[in-house]
Design a protein around this ligand. Structure first.
Ligand code: SF4
Length: 340
């Protein structure tokens, strides 16, 4: 299948796709009574929970394309009925990551896809086959959540007052724009009777969520660490990582050094970063091994409470915090107090 329709069903979060749905006269009732769209919508959400990425589905005819297109607003309804902030973020990120992969695949057929998406996402890019120029305002908005130093303005070249990017960097920023777009309005205000009529799908999704959380918790309780006894600052960073939030470099360093010193292995720490929007296994491995002293020979200790405060990472202080000056001391004290 080719043409406008296949484009819309692969990128259903675009404003042009919702306009198409409206113009075609499809109402909420149509949507809710379409069994294939409901099933595909549930799959979208479950895939987001399980793998963190909504993959391209095989589209062979118009009917299937329509169902694929409708499954997106339906998936938003399902996510909204559950109203779990973790699910909302994970779902939006999974749609954005899936779109990133589809764009990279579509680039094999030329750069037209970049023009179309830039226009449809209201990004004022100048695109040529080798590079893309982006106005400051767009660049700053789209890099707001990206922590890697390569995105800092001082590390970018400017051409005619615009920020120069290579094509894959631009696609990465499109992913950010898509994430923003999917998040917009979520969770929707869905009438209770509609949520009730979708109970069976919602229950399945909730079960997947429980399963996912259980797996994460199992993982978070490896031989060397007792997460219940971690200090509030470390628990907060871990929760943010689990929810796929981008966290600052200082917090990444703090949590990595803390966990390694609490007895987690390099592999276990790497796993914790898998949900990060920018996860890159070899880069993460390099950084974790560096902090663990596998590379360079120096094993780093976690930052003290004073340093955590300086970088804004001392969050959720409790009574025990008053007695310690280091997150690792908090952990040891809590473990000691727990012993019978
Ligand atoms: S006082 Fe120390 S241990 Fe407690 S939350 Fe702040 S940084 Fe963490």
């Amino acid at each position: 299948m080719h043409g406008r329709y296949s484009y819309l069903c692969l990128y259903p979060f675009l404003p042009v796709a919702s306009e198409y749905v409206k113009e075609s006269g499809l109402t909420l009732d149509h949507l809710i009574s379409s069994v294939p769209a409901r099933i595909r919508a549930r799959e979208r959400v479950i895939e987001a929970i399980r793998t963190g990425c909504v993959e391209r589905s095989v589209i062979t005819d118009e009917l299937q394309a329509q169902m694929e297109l409708l499954s997106y607003p339906f998936a938003r309804i399902l996510v909204s009925c559950i109203r779990d902030p973790y699910l909302v973020r994970r779902y939006a990120l999974a749609e954005a990551k899936g779109a990133y992969r589809r764009i990279m695949e579509d680039l094999h057929h030329g750069i037209d896809i970049l023009y179309k998406l830039a226009v449809d996402l209201d990004i004022h890019a100048e695109i040529s086959s080798g590079y893309v120029l982006l106005p400051f305002t767009d660049y700053l908005r789209l890099t707001l959540n990206l922590r890697d130093k390569r995105w800092k303005l001082v590390n970018r070249s400017l051409v005619q007052g615009k920020v120069k990017l290579n094509v894959s960097e631009f696609v990465r920023l499109l992913q950010e724009a898509i994430y923003e777009r999917v998040m917009k309005g979520l969770p929707l205000d869905v009438p209770e009777e509609i949520c009730n009529s979708l109970r069976a799908h919602i229950e399945q999704i909730k079960q997947e969520l429980v399963l996912r959380r259980t797996k994460t918790d199992e993982f978070r309780a490896p031989s060397g660490g007792e997460p219940d006894s971690f200090p509030p600052c470390i628990k907060t960073i871990l929760r943010n990582l689990e929810e796929g939030m981008n966290i600052p470099h200082s917090a990444r360093f703090a949590v990595t050094a803390f966990l390694l010193n609490a007895g987690l292995s390099v592999e276990e720490v790497i796993e914790l970063y898998r949900n990060s929007p920018d996860f890159n296994e070899s880069m993460t491995r390099y950084q974790v091994e560096h902090i663990a002293g596998v590379r360079g020979g120096t094993r780093y200790t976690a930052p003290s409470c004073a340093t955590m405060r300086t970088y804004g990472n001392c969050v959720g202080k409790d009574e025990l915090c008053e007695k310690v000056s280091h997150p690792l001391s908090y952990y040891r004290l809590k473990l000691k107090n727990k012993k019978p």
